[in-house]
Design a binder for this molecule. Structure first.
Ligand code: DC
Length: 226
């Protein structure tokens, strides 16, 4: 039987970086589920359909084929109808589109099997918003990672600037707050910690310190067979 570790939390809490580092250390496959919603968001934008138009988006789903591949370095590549869109889904516009389409029940149902299949086949560290609550309620370890909105915006701002994107801090903060509201306020699979999740607030911890905390937690639980 494969082992699953779920890491949930709001945008910019450091989930993907920490999950990637942790997966490498423990020999798990890192599955970034936000990339699936981003890919549906990108397709919707390209087709000119409103990202909040539940019926319009649901009608597009039969045309969408998404594959998750892993390159030689273990990096997850997103392939949309045969096209590698890994880099194209990282813009602020696609972030917001992903948050919108992720509130549509048909989209969540469409992506559920892909996520569960990965966890059946491999030992995974999967990050997202509803992994511990909906996708993998039986996950062996659940972590809910968070940080203040201001700190998350600072991190996201630095990341986008480093990629050469011309963004303003205030705008990044507004986007984060809006996505928090969207992701926590929706009716279906809202962002919330599972009852058995370990809460980890990284506002005061840098990456190294957060990584150490997570590794200690996972190492301890795996050792004790919990
Ligand atoms: O983790 P991310 O920022 O790449 O995710 C993009 C959006 O996708 C996010 O705003 C909410 C949605 N999402 C979700 O609803 N459920 C998940 N498991 C992962 C992401």
């Amino acid at each position: 039987m494969s082992t699953a570790i779920a890491i949930d939390g709001p945008s910019g809490a450091g989930k993907s970086t920490l999950a990637r580092m942790t997966a490498k250390k423990f020999g798990f496959i890192y599955v970034d589920t936000g990339a699936l919603y981003r890919t549906v968001g990108l397709f919707t934008l390209r087709r000119g359909v409103g990202t909040r138009d539940a019926q319009g988006v649901a009608a597009l789903l039969p045309e969408i084929h998404i594959e998750m591949r892993y390159d030689g370095a273990g990096v997850q590549r997103m392939v949309l109808n045969g096209e590698d869109v890994t880099d194209l889904i990282r813009t602020p516009e696609v972030s917001m589109a992903a948050s919108d389409v992720s509130a549509i029940p048909a989209v969540r149902a469409f992506l559920l099997d892909t996520q569960r299949d990965m966890a059946k086949k491999y030992d995974v560290i999967m990050d997202g918003r509803d992994i511990g609550t909906v996708v993998l309620p039986e996950a062996r370890i659940k972590i809910f990672l968070t940080a203040s909105a201001a700190e998350r915006a600072r991190r996201r701002y630095r990341e986008l600037r480093e990629k050469g994107m011309d963004v303003e801090y205030e705008q990044v903060l507004r986007d984060i707050e809006l996505r928090d509201k969207n992701d926590s306020g929706r009716d279906i699979a809202p962002l919330r910690p599972a009852e058995d999740a370990v809460m980890l607030d990284t506002t005061e911890h840098d990456l190294e310190a957060s990584f150490e905390l997570i590794c200690d937690l996972i190492g301890e639980r795996l050792k004790n067979g919990l």
